[in-house]
Ligand binder design. Sequence first.
Ligand code: SF4
Length: 384
Amino acid sequence: MDSNLLNNNRIRDRFKPVQRPLAWMDIPKETWNRWTWQQQKRLRTEDQLAQVLTVFDDERAALDASKELFDLAITPYYASLIEPNNPLCPIRLQCIPKPGELDPAAYELSDPLAEDSHMPVPGITHRYPDRVLFYTTHHCAVYCRHCTRKRKVSDPSTAATQQQLEQGLNYIAAHPEVRDILISGGDPLSNSDDRLEYILERLRAIEHVEILRLCTRNLVTLPQRITLNLAQILKKYHPIYVHTHFNHPKECTREAFDACALLADAGCVLNNQMVLLRGVNDDPAVVLELNQKLLMMRVKPYYIFQCDMAQGLSHLRTPIAKGIEIIDSLRGWTSGIAVPHFVVDLPGGGGKVSLLPEYVMKREGKKWLFRNYQNIPFEYFDAD
Ligand code: SF4
């Protein structure tokens, strides 16, 4: 056997397939692996949840009260990652509501990044000089409790119509300064293959469009969505960057590994945007493990996002210092490619700022005194 293949297989073997709960044990593999089946069988109610895991009292109360605010939806695959009897399971915290969601702090905002106020036409946010956000759907396989777009995601009355899609495409075509499109949502992979291909084809036909970015959490919540057919479609419209959103090493399963491999083999460049969440990944050891696993899955850890100031997230938000501490714990201690940027996306549409630990201890004229990752001081002299 080719040694490279053997090597790849050894790496793949480290990623374990998800263990299904009893309730889904009898589902034939072929059915389980069909993404449309996973979509149809999503857990949407407290009763459905209770068939596969313990629903705790605080969650019952939050489920009832949050019904009108933000949908519940969890694919059987993602639900299988939840420890059924652990109220603090990091996967549970991301997809089952807790009472904190219902208690917005005074400083929190419904549209923290001011995306809606930078919307020249519905479905396009144009805030930066050369790139736009293009919302193609408001559906997601799993609705993340920490979503920054709760105000519209999961609300079917705000989904992108064909007319809206055309308006967005026309806007991009009419703006030659736009060279980079973030195809977003919701999750753009909630679109059918045909609709997605229509969007990609139309965007690629615009001469000034250079980069296409697909922002999707399906690799994490519904890896079955990454089919050979989808990979072959994407291959036709390169360069395509896929921005995904793994938050915890438990999400790095065999299924996710294979989905990433399909996209990477099809020539997509995969980047991860982790959101820092209390009780989920606010621990340097968890982030280290996640980032090292992502690299084995051919996904580059790109960003750690400070949790946005969206409403009802204060129970999940960590102090900014935690993100800096995590970067300090990575830099030097593991490969540079496992060290993402820690960024705060400034409220009101100010854009991202990147924060680093302080490595400069002192500066005297041309002499700089640094500390390295082990806190050992080193001098550096600027040239004359
Ligand atoms: S996948 Fe993204 S858009 Fe959808 S609920 Fe999660 S964070 Fe929000």
